[in-house]
Structures are given as C-alpha cells and as structure tokens.
Design a protein around this ligand. Structure first.
Ligand code: SF4
Ligand code: SF4
Length: 152
C-alpha cells in the first residue's frame, strides 16, 4: 500500500509529493503519536483457533480468511503478535508482524477489505466471529501502517 492510498483510506491529506509515494519499512516507536481514531479502534488481537477448514470461504470480497487467522495464531506462537499499545515491545513486535504480514498475504486478501457483510457468519465450526476478527486485525495493521508512515 502506498502512502497516498493509506492516507486516502484514513481520511488524511491527499496532496503528497511524488517522492513520498511509499512508506519506509521501519516503524516509529512513538506509539503515543498515533491518531485518536486509530487508538480508539485498537484492541489487542488474540489467538482465534482457526483450523483452516475453509468452510467460511470464499469471501465475496476476496479476503483469504483462514490465512489471516492462521497468520495471527502463528505470530502469537512465535512471539511477534503485538499486545497493548503501551506494552514496551509494541513497536518491535509490530515491525516484524507487519513485514511478515505484507509478505505473506497479498493486499487484496488482507482483512481491511472486509466490509462486514456477514456472509461468513455461522459458517465456522469452531465458532469464530470472523467479521470481529477481521476488524481487530485491521485495527492493528492500521496502527502499524500509521507508525510506519511517521518514519517519513
Ligand atoms: S464479513 Fe468480511 S470476511 Fe466475512 S464474508 Fe463479508 S467481507 Fe468477507
Ligand atoms: S470456517 Fe472457521 S475454522 Fe474454518 S477456515 Fe473459516 S475461520 Fe477457520
């Protein structure tokens, strides 16, 4: 995602010099500087227990639901799932989480494409609230992308 796309989505300024067309890979440690809307939307992501049965697929909006959920569980198991915004290692874990997430899951299949249509509700045999999970993962990546853009 380019900085222009990011700012357009969060409702920020859209007039950006062309040399600032993409964000840098590092993220800021200044978590306190993120916007109020982003911090209000954020809740720590927790393990979900997806068993990758694909019963919820396909999502009509192209989200790869099981890949996103399994990515989160792997991040928790491997120690790079960020916790609360004020946790001391939030930025360090967040940098690794975002880099791996964007490398693993194509933009079109990421959780921010979820519109909450509810098509997936009731399809999960382990009773995951999929739209809710999409929402909390998106809130996390929104915060991390904001911190990355603060590096510019
Ligand atoms: S609620 Fe979100 S994840 Fe579920 S089917 Fe709709 S767009 Fe896809
Ligand atoms: S139906 Fe539930 S367990 Fe199966 S892939 Fe979808 S989210 Fe995972």
């Amino acid at each position: 995602m380019t900085r222009r796309q990011w700012l357009a989505r969060v409702g920020g300024a859209v007039v950006i010099p062309s040399f600032l067309s993409s964000c840098r890979p590092d993220i800021s440690r200044n978590v306190g500087a993120i916007g109020q809307r982003l911090s209000d939307a954020y809740r720590p992501v927790e393990k979900n227990g997806c068993v990758a049965c694909d019963n919820c697929m396909p999502c009509p909006y192209g989200i790869d639901i099981p890949s996103n959920l399994i990515f989160v569980d792997r991040a928790a198991d491997d120690g790079y799932l960020p916790a609360a915004l004020d946790s001391p290692d939030f930025a360090e874990k967040g940098r690794e989480f975002l880099a791996r997430y964007e490398n693993k899951i194509p933009d079109a299949a990421q959780t921010q494409k979820c519109i909450g249509c509810g098509e997936c509700l009731g399809t999960c045999p382990v009773e995951i609230d999929i739209p809710e999970q999409m929402s909390v993962i998106t809130a996390l990546t929104d915060v991390l992308r904001d911190l990355r853009c603060q590096q510019l």
